[in-house]
Design a protein around this ligand. Structure first.
Ligand SMILES: [Zn+2]
Length: 145
């Protein structure tokens, strides 16, 4: 099984085998920069996200967050755990709303954390606020490809 990762350096989309994600830190096939992937979760910019949701066959789940946000930090391990469990079925991405303020505006993020699910290039749902692990897994099950 593969996941798609947008290179934060050259914005090329990389197809990365999930077993390789666990084994080593993958690099971009085009520019050889380290891909922004940690435990199956990738950091995206606004432009990267647009590319990702256009290309992905799987639904893309995005956690809009910021460094100063306590509930965001508390939710991070839950998001990572879900990525480990459902990495073949969904693409898990995080967008830092401080670093990518324009993207936060584009997606009209009013509070964080906000979770948005994209399917076939379009937003299908969004949730504001963190969720406990079991609830998050149940929530994602609704959007399986
Ligand atoms: Zn690259």
């Amino acid at each position: 099984m593969n996941t798609l990762v947008v290179c934060s350096h050259c914005e090329k989309i990389n197809r990365v085998p999930l077993d390789k994600v666990a084994a080593a830190h993958p690099v971009c096939g085009s520019c050889k920069a380290k891909l922004p992937l940690h435990d199956g979760v990738q950091d995206v910019s606004g432009a990267g996200l647009v590319k990702l949701i256009r290309t992905a066959d799987q639904p893309v789940v995005v956690d809009f967050w910021a460094e100063w946000c306590g509930p965001c930090k508390a939710f991070a391990p839950t998001f990572t755990a879900a990525a480990r469990q459902l990495g073949g079925q969904f693409i898990f991405a995080k967008l830092n709303t401080e670093q990518h303020g324009q993207a936060a505006q584009t997606y009209q993020i009013r509070s964080i954390p906000t979770l948005i699910v994209f399917k076939n290039g379009a937003e299908v749902d969004r949730q504001s606020g963190a969720m406990p692990q079991a609830m998050f897994t149940q929530y994602l099950a609704r959007w399986k490809a």
